[in-house]
Design a protein around this ligand. Sequence first.
Ligand code: ADP
Length: 266
Amino acid sequence: VIEATVVYNKQVHHRYEVIVLLYDITEAWTVEQMQLNFVSNASHELRTPITAISGFAETLMNGAKNDPDKLDEFLAIIQKESRKLVRLTEDILSISRTQSDDPQSLEITESSLADLAQEEINLLHSGMQLHQVEVVNDIPKNVKVQTDAQQLGQIIKNLVANGIRYNRPSGHVSLSYQETTNRWQLIVSDNGIGIATEEQPKVFERFYRVSANKPGELVSGTGLGLPIVAESVKNLGGEVRLKSELGKGSTFILTFPKQWRPSAEY
Ligand code: ADP
């Protein structure tokens, strides 16, 4: 995207002399477009559950409440859509927070990676249905990493929750650790439904969800879990890679520098 400004314009005999300055404003324009897209996508996503909630409440008030079956069914829908709304607002807040985080606002401390991961796994165990999916924490107990524990906790939570949700009964999710001289890696792997090759780059886009991820039923979600992961990993100076095969499972490999430094210098 080019912006043009005429700074000099004069007629000399039969000729015009003109000086035009051209500015490449692609970057600013793209950022602005992305923000506008985000606001319009977010509003759209919020409107869907709100419309359902108010629609079903109104139908109940207009008489459906006298039919006990309809009363139960519609209340269940209202409850489900309200939960979706709560999750969506939490994720939207979370992504705008991670996006505006400057490296100075991170709280870098030394943490035990295995303990940090275990805390998130325990919270997930108490907060969601595990559908008989087993979560195995293979991170050695003695590993210490320099990181922002809150942000890394959220990354682990989102990846493990996805490994459970996009899985089958008796599937498993595992967390493991690897290191080289300068870097460490956290690997979150599952043997769930997998992601088709052509979908893999798209799952990191905001609000993107793979539509046919379970035959007959779509796992509920916001499409913001992986974008939050990508944004937070970047804040922590790291990078994320996805390896997946449809029907076999997915592996998310997160790589961080051992000496913490902000992504701008990485
Ligand atoms: P959400 O799970 O709320 O839809 P995410 O951004 O976390 O949003 O994930 C985007 C999409 O990527 C999901 O809808 C799902 O289709 C796919 N996906 C994410 N993680 C996995 C996984 N571990 N296995 C299979 N598919 C996954």
